[in-house]
Design a protein around this ligand. Sequence first.
Ligand SMILES: [Zn+2]
Length: 322
Amino acid sequence: MRLLEARLILKSPAVVVQRRLERGFVKPADYVPGSMLRGAILTALYRSGKLSAADLEREKEKPGLLASPAYPVVKGSRSVPATPFMFYCRRCKAVVDLTREAAERLSQGEEPEPPLLHECREALKPIHGSLVARDGRELRRARVETFRSTSVAIGKDRGSAVRGMLFDYEAIAGGTEFWARILAPDWLQPGSLEVAVGRGASRGFGWAVLRLEPVPQSQPRGKVLVAISPLTPLKRLKWDECSVSLTGVYGRMHKLQAGWEYGRGFRPFVDVARRGSLVIASELSGRPELLQVGLPVKAGDFWLTGLNALFPLDEYLEILGG
Ligand SMILES: [Zn+2]
C-alpha cells in the first residue's frame, strides 16, 4: 500500500450535507468526508468489476483503502481547516496565522499569546475549523460555491436538467475541485476513475472524476501535528504499523454524526475535537504517512474512518504556501 494524492473534480452539482446538531439544521458541507470518499471509490471499483463482493466484505472487516477528508482547491491552492491559532480580520478580510509561534510555546509548556488587534486596530476573530487557502501573498478564508436546487435534477450523461425530478437541497457547484490523500492498497493504482459522491447519484448528482497520483516520500518531521479531520478523543492511536500517542490536543470539542461507513447502515454520534486542532504527539512510530489518511477507530463492530487525519505542522504550512 502507498499514499496517493487525489484530485476530485465535480462534473455535476453534488449534494453533500452536514448536520449541525446544536442548531438542528442541515447545511451543505464545504468538504467531502473521508468515509464518503472511501465509499465512493469502493463503489466505483465494484461497479466496474475491479473489486468483488468478497473484496468489499473484507473492506468492511478491515479497511485497506483509507481517505482523508477532501477539501476544496481554490484558484489552484489547496485549502485546509484553520488551527485554533488562526484569526480573521473582518475589515481587511485577512487571515493572521500564529500557529507556528503557538506550537513553539506549547511544546515548551507555555501558554500561547492571546490574539492582538489587527494592524488596522480591528479585533481579530478566531476561525478554528474554517477553511483557509493561499491567495497570492495572502492567506484567505476559502469557500465552496453552492446553490439551491429545487425540482430539478441533472442528467448524468448530458449535464442537463431532467424533467419531473423533485430534489430540494443546496448543492456544491459542478466544476468544484477537491484534494485529499488516499492510502491505496496494491489493487488501487494511480490513474483516473469516475465516482459519485453525496446524495442523488441516480439522478445525476455528485458525479466526479477522481485523479490519483503518487505522493513524493517525505522525510520524518517533528511531533507537532495538525488534524485536518475531526479527531477522536483517544490518548493513543494505532493502526497497522503506525502508532502515535497524543500528549496534547488544542481545539474545541463537538459532537459529530460520523459519515456512514461503507456497507453499514447506521451513523454513530461521536465526540470529536474540531478539524484544524493542533496536536502535540509523542512516540510516533511505524509509518507516519499513514496518519495523513486517519487511523481508523473501532466502535462496536464498526470502523470509523475519515477521522484522525494528522499532518506534520511543517507540511500543513507548506500546503498553505507558508
Ligand atoms: Zn484588519
